[in-house]
Write a protein that binds this ligand. Sequence first.
Ligand code: ASP
Length: 592
Amino acid sequence: MRPPRANAYRDAWAGELGPGRVGETVTVAGWVHRRRDHGGLIFIDLRDRSGIVQLVFNPDGAPEAHAEAERLRSEFVVSATGTVLEREAGNVNPNLATGEIEIGVAELRRLATSDTPPFPVDDDSPVDELLRLSHRVLDLRRPAMQHALAVRHTILRAMREHLNARDFLDLETPILTRSTPEGARDFLVPARMNPGAWYALPQSPQLFKQLLMMGGFERYYQIARCFRDEDLRGFRQPEFTQLDLEMSFVEEDDVIEITETTMAHVFEAAGFSVAPPPWPRLPFAEAMLRYGSDKPDLRFGLEIAELGEAFAGTGFQVFSRVLDGGGVVRGLNAGARELPRRELDELTEVVRRFGAGGLVWAFVQEDGSWRSPAAKALSDAERAGVAERLGARPGDLLLLVADTAAVAAQALGEVRLELSRRFGLVAEGAHQITWVVDFPMFEPTDGGSGWTALHHPFTAPLGDFSDPGALQSRGYDLVLDGTEIGGGSIRIATPEVQQQVFDVLGIGPEEARARFGFLLDALRYGAPPHGGIALGLDRIVAILAGRDSIRDVIAFPKTASGADPLTGAPAPVDAEQLAELGVKSLAPPRSG
Ligand code: ASP
């Protein structure tokens, strides 16, 4: 850090003092990190954002300051002036950046006291998350949060630096707007001045960034807040941040190039080691087959293989029934692992959770035969066929699933991840990044009667509309270590194609006009070819800062139930407020 502007509180950062400053008089300010009373001398570790420096109070040299230091407790706020002293060799603290020096304090000002913190602030010992979030101010002072938010800043700065240098304009888009269909529920805001009407908070700036392209801005980016009212998991928050960007007169390669160079700059700034671009582009179908996921974790093998051919005409009914019904048999080689029955049952539970009927396991014996519940039902040729496709050797554990392609893929994909967790298959510090491309444009809705867009309805389709299920999209996702960190597409640039997509989604011309008339109109006045991407900032920071939860890289996050224990949001409002908005609540009155 640059030296602070000298004022009444400080003229130096605590963490930046070193032997070069010995003999100088300095003033530092911050929090009491730790205090040790050694009979005569009192030692205080003083903490500011830059780090920690040791203050020493000598009752003989500065009795007033020493007396004041006796009353200091953890998290009191102080400013201290004194001389930078070299520590004696035996007292040097190699664990502290400033461990070679200390400040012999002549004058101490206590600026604020502190109640006893409900958890230790001076270390990162585990603390109940609700307690941390309820006392977020104290939690933010802890080393892990200080680090995470500094990494967040570094990443944001690197993104802005790169895009500014590449002529992108940082433009804002509205927060009070109309619904943008990204596939989640909207947060709604009643419009007092238009009773009965509602704003929606944007699920993303998707339509506005497209309109900016039609408005001639060519290259846009925004660190954008997005709002999606969906059930939350570890990697989700009701409001989250994206690096959102859009470009005109571009194809897939152009958006991929700017994303790769931006992210390479980010990785470098954050000291995160990933192979330099260009990054591999894995077709969606291949990702689903080989890894059972559209966000494959490539840091370990355990690839899944199609085994249907090995079982063509099999007498094993569990497989023949599925194959005859148009399903698949797939499997993976878990390697030479002697798993006890209990763990095999747990893996079976995993595939059941994802809809598969069961898991066939087999240990390959020295003579090529199998120790497996299915051993008797299978022929030598079938076993040999599987062994060849899975590269099986004696001692290996083979895991097979027979089901629809979608279920088998997901079930084995989850088994793959479970095995990697159980056996620690990801090497320390290994990172793998890949694009996933060639997505289907649509997938059947849950009920199976209609279609939904895999990316969003503004993604350009490839192919013809006679068979929506066969259409591909011009979308692309970026996947880091098995987490989707971004996604985007080349967009539809004509009103006709846009309406064709709406038709497949069951949005007729009238509804389309009502909801998206502004987009359809804009597309009529000369829309350039355009495309873009959004990168999930919270996820990226979590991975780069080595945190499991995105709540650990957001200063003021919400819990899994969407609540903020700090402010108490969401909270009931007065009846008058609702009346003024023309809104009546159907919710039962809340207690407490
Ligand atoms: N709007 C998309 C999203 O938020 C990203 C994009 O297509 O650019 O996921």
